[in-house]
Design a protein. Structure first.
Length: 190
């Protein structure tokens, strides 16, 4: 029989912002731990981010309160954002004056924001806290490999010919050609 995790919710209804804009912030915190989600909401540069931060704080406080009332052992550090929704609220219909006595209609959107936090289920074998071992053993150090084995012998290099030998020119003629090319490059470089 699977143990069901308890959800703790908080809602902010009738917020004067479109749901699409709220979802941009909610997608940043969905599935994260509460401390990381609080930090993300605190430093996000969106107008609705402080409302989301306040709502997340409220959900955490609700979790603490309900756990205290019902005697549930709750680890606040183990909470994560399980659900983050931005639903449409009622729309306010408005009219904007238009040319030649006409009127254009537009809508002001409202949003209902729902956040739910839950405690992560303990997975066997997953380490959530690092505990110091009772008897600390001195760390064993590995011996360094001999330096001779680490260095590979260099392959013999083939003898390279200089530019004068390749082109069949004499050395003074090759120098003159090189300086000519260098001067041409400098003249055209920007």
């Amino acid at each position: 029989m699977a143990v069901q995790t308890r959800e703790y919710r908080a809602e902010a209804r009738f917020q004067r912002v479109s749901p699409q804009k709220v979802r941009l912030v909610l997608d940043l915190i969905k599935g994260r731990g509460v401390q990381e989600a609080l930090d993300t909401a605190a430093y996000t540069k969106k107008r609705i981010a402080p409302v989301v931060h306040k709502l997340l704080t409220s959900a955490i406080d609700n979790a603490k309160y309900v756990a205290g009332e019902e005697g549930i052992d709750l680890d606040v550090d183990n909470l994560y954002v399980k659900l983050a929704l931005a639903n449409d609220g009622p729309r306010l219909k408005r009219i904007r004056p238009a040319p030649m006595g006409r009127a254009f209609r537009y809508q002001r959107r409202l949003t209902h924001i729902v956040l739910a936090v839950a405690e992560r289920a303990a997975v066997p074998g997953l380490v959530t806290k690092v505990e110091a071992p009772a008897a600390a053993e001195p760390a064993k150090t590995k011996k360094a490999a001999p330096a001779a084995a680490a260095v590979k012998p260099a392959a013999p290099k083939a003898a390279t010919k200089n530019a004068a030998e390749k082109t069949g020119e004499t050395k003074p003629a090759a120098k003159a050609a090189a300086t000519k090319k260098k001067a041409a490059k400098q003249a055209w470089s920007f």
